[in-house]
Ligand binder design. Structure first.
Ligand code: ADP
Length: 593
């Protein structure tokens, strides 16, 4: 994991080297200052004021030059160091996003979006704070601490030795405290992800929350996550407080030693008063860096926790992958063949049918062949496996056994891109991006001309409506298309698929959420869309089945019967039973209206 982290420094190596050199210069200058002061004040006693006066001008010029160099280096370390961190953060963010795009549906079934957001936003910030600050701190502070001790040892080995021993003792205590920090920070990350998920869930489901008047329940749920985060933060600050107090105690103890032991050594004639003052000057040169290093461990712990979470994402392999020798799918006629397909969702708790104590796969040895250009409707009880059957075709999930072929090509042997370009999907729950109507339709085929977009809209029965809007095709649809009705969103989604012009079509209960009037307009455009394409319809309503050439009943993950509406009714099997139960009531209601 550490090597993978270091790899992000690779493209920034020039900046990193320059940053390191500047950090070293700063440390060197900081170390030199007390020594210069010492020789100046020492000279006061040995050479007399006149000699000092003579060299003061040169010393002043030297000091000004030194501090100008220090200023320039500080600027570089601050500005370029942060820039280096920001570039690494940007690369990590892109890598993480690219990886999310690579994952298949099973990943998104498992991981919630608040958690994903938290990894992209909070974790990366922490990682990159550490990426540029920690090396800089280690160099500046390390050189200052070691350098200060070397100089102090040359002045008084006894005093320096005692101070080194005491400092080492404190460092051991602090390192032990660090181990506790790691657990606290990891917990902290988990808790903030919990808050993010809760927030995301409640905001996304606001309509449901309000319609059930469940604001209080949501508030209570949020309060619980928020309180847990607060508890975790309080624990974190307590651990941090202990750190800071330990470091303050160390400074106090060291100063006391200088005054008491130093005073004793001066009294014994083993050290001069100037030396003792130099010790006092140097003390801040290593206590401040030790404090900084203590603080950097906080940043470092957060970064390790963050990078571990990021690495976990980057290292997981998507379960639907292109084979190395995958070829583009070539659809000639559009024949589809499911052969003895079995499939169960990873999350078996929900996915498996546990009736009668037997765990059955969600799709259980299903075979189904669909002729080119045919429209087939899948009907059957809810949870029977209709949607799952359709999800397997574009490889949203991979079959566990058996095969699915399109014009004789196994879907696992072709590239996912070509496969998904060949299949159009219209779902009940339409997702529009927050952009203009034009952009949303053009999503079906990036680069489409305005004429092509308008043509697609015309075929989807939505052109006139769009033209009637003040901004026409440039109307912004709002987040998730919030400014449009269900039927309008659905027709924009259909226009998108017209533009994509796939050979194969999946209509997943596309009209079931619409009122009668919208349904008619949508139904008409859907029929136009389905003409000349191999189409699978997941049907829950009688009206959807009417346009189908054939019907297949899917129950317990199997096709139990198949035929035309009349044939199946005459057979008196599952479909006939299902039809009477589900649809005759509907038809009776429709006739009544
Ligand atoms: P249908 O479309 O016929 O209503 P589905 O294909 O949606 O049926 O569901 C078949 C079974 O798979 C159900 O038991 C359902 O609970 C389960 N299921 C559907 N989607 C998932 C999922 N993403 N993860 C786990 N189980 C799922």
């Amino acid at each position: 994991m550490f090597r993978r982290f270091l790899a992000y420094y690779g493209p920034q190596k020039h900046l990193f080297i320059a940053d390191t050199v500047c950090a070293l210069v700063i440390a060197g200058i900081d170390l030199a200052f007390p020594s210069i002061l010492r020789s100046l004040t020492g000279g006061l006693f040995t050479e007399g004021p006149s000699a000092i006066m003579a060299s003061l001008g040169m010393i002043a010029a030297g000091l000004v030059a030194m501090y100008l160099v220090r200023c320039a280096c500080r600027y570089f370390v601050s500005a370029q160091g942060h820039i280096m961190g920001a570039r690494m953060e940007s690369k990590m963010r892109q890598d993480l996003f690219d990886q999310y795009e690579r994952f298949s549906f099973s990943y998104f079934d498992r991981v919630n979006s608040g958690d994903m957001m938290s990894r992209v936003v909070n974790d990366l910030f922490d990682i990159c704070e550490a990426a540029h600050h920690v090396p800089e701190w280690i160099i500046i502070c390390g050189v200052e601490i070691v350098g200060a001790f070397v100089i102090l040892f040359t002045i008084s080995p006894v005093l320096a030795g005692v101070m080194a021993a005491v400092t080492a003792l404190f460092v051991v205590v602090m390192v032990r405290q660090n181990f506790r920090m790691r657990a606290v920070y990891t917990d902290n990350r988990l808790k903030i992800s919990g808050v993010n998920s809760q927030l995301q869930d409640s905001l996304a489901g606001m309509r449901v929350v309000k319609s059930f008047a469940n604001e209080e329940t949501e508030r209570a749920k949020f309060r619980r996550s928020n309180d847990r985060y607060l508890d975790s933060k309080e624990a974190m600050y307590r651990v941090m407080g202990t750190y800071q107090a330990t470091s303050a105690l160390m400074t106090g103890v060291l100063f006391t030693i200088i005054v008491v032991l130093g005073g004793y050594l001066v009294a014994q004639g083993q050290m001069t008063a100037v030396d003792m003052a130099t010790f006092a000057l140097y003390i801040s040169l290593f206590t401040t860096p030790i404090e900084t290093l203590v603080n950097s461990t906080e940043t470092f712990q957060k970064a390790i926790a963050g990078f571990r979470r990021m690495d976990e994402v980057l290292m997981s392999t998507p379960d639907v992958l292109d084979k190395p020798d995958a070829r583009p799918l070539e659809v000639s006629a559009g024949a589809i063949e499911y052969r003895d397909v079995c499939f169960t969702y990873e999350d078996r708790e929900i996915g498996a049918d546990r009736r009668a104590g037997v765990e059955r796969p969600v799709i259980d040895h299903l075979s189904l062949s669909i002729r080119p250009g045919e429209t087939i409707a899948l009907v059957g009880p809810s949870g029977g496996g209709k949607s799952t059957t359709c999800s397997l075709l574009p490889r949203f999930y991979d079959v566990q056994s058996g095969s699915i072929t399109i014009d004789g090509q196994d879907v696992r042997d072709v590239t996912q891109e070509s496969l998904r370009r060949a299949i159009g999907l219209v779902q009940q729950d339409v997702y529009l991006f927050d952009g203009t109507i034009r952009e949303n339709i053009a999503y079906g085929r990036p680069g489409a001309t305005n004429d092509e977009i308008a043509q697609a809209a015309r075929r989807a029965n939505i052109h006139d409506f769009i033209e009637s809007l003040e901004d026409g095709y440039d109307t912004v649809v709002g987040e998730r298309g919030g400014r449009l009705s269900g039927g309008q969103k659905q027709r924009i989604a259909i226009a998108r698929v017209f533009l994509k012009d796939p050979k194969i079509l999946i209509l997943d209960e596309a009209t079931s959420a619409l009122d009668n009037e919208s349904e008619e307009a949508v139904q008409e455009s859907l029929e136009r869309l389905a003409a000349d394409r191999t189409t699978i319809i997941i049907a829950h309503r009688l009206s959807t089945i009417k346009g189908a050439d054939e019907i297949a009943t899917v129950e317990h993950g199997q096709v139990v019967e198949r035929g035309t509406h009349e044939e199946l009714l005459a057979r008196g099997g599952t479909y006939a039973r299902y039809y009477r139960m589900q649809f005759e009531g509907v038809r009776a209601r429709e006739l009544d209206e």
